[in-house]
Structure formats: structure tokens, C-alpha cells
Design a protein around this ligand. Structure first.
Ligand SMILES: [Zn+2]
Length: 112
């Protein structure tokens, strides 16, 4: 896969994630305030709000990673592990085009 294809893929992914964040935002706004809802309903609403915020958080982290990957393409540093500075395996980039670290470093982080 060449870098232009990866860039296109990332830009497409970015749009998708942005749309998902918008959708979550709208659903958060559409939930009534738990304080004015009935006691039981209020707890349910709180739970779905917390859930939505968690999803939104994950999406925003993903968006950041995508933006960073696009930035790295611009700087000609795409596909380089931020930890050991070696090239990230193409197979890994295929699966995670916005990966910051190579598989080896990722494993080390996981074991910490
Ligand atoms: Zn590495």
C-alpha cells in the first residue's frame, strides 16, 4: 500500500469518527436532565449519559491518533515507531493505520 492510499484511508476514517462524535453529542443533548426526571428513570439516564461520554472519549482519542498519523505523513515520518524509531510492520499498519508504536513496543507497554 502506498502512502497516498493510507492518507485517503485515514481521512475517510477521520470523517467517520467525526460523524460518530457528532451523533453521540446529539444523543447526549437529547437526554433530559437526570435531576428533573423520576428517580429510577434518572439513574437510567445517568447511566446512558456516562456510557455516551465514555464512547465519546474513546472516539476523541481515536480522532487524535488519526490526526497525528496524518501529521506524520506530512512530515515524512509515517510508519516509524515513536518509541524505538524503527519501522512499524506493514501488516500492523494495515490493521491500524494510525498506530504509533511497533508490535514489539506495544507488547512491552502491555506487560508493564
Ligand atoms: Zn517500537
Amino acid at each position: 500500500m502506498n502512502i497516498e492510499d493510507i492518507q485517503k484511508k485515514l481521512e475517510k476514517e477521520r470523517l467517520k469518527v467525526q460523524k460518530q462524535i457528532d451523533t453521540i453529542d446529539k444523543s447526549i443533548q437529547s437526554l433530559p436532565d437526570s435531576e428533573i426526571a423520576e428517580e429510577f428513570e434518572g439513574a437510567d439516564i445517568m447511566n446512558s449519559k456516562i456510557e455516551s461520554f465514555e464512547i465519546k472519549d474513546n472516539m476523541e482519542t481515536l480522532l487524535k491518533d488519526i490526526n497525528l498519523a496524518l501529521l506524520r505523513i506530512k512530515k515524512n515520518k509515517y510508519g516509524v515507531c515513536e518509541n524505538c524509531k524503527l519501522n512499524i510492520e506493514p501488516k500492523r499498519l494495515d490493521l491500524y493505520p494510525f498506530a504509533k508504536y511497533c508490535t514489539k513496543c506495544m507488547d512491552e507497554f502491555d506487560n508493564e
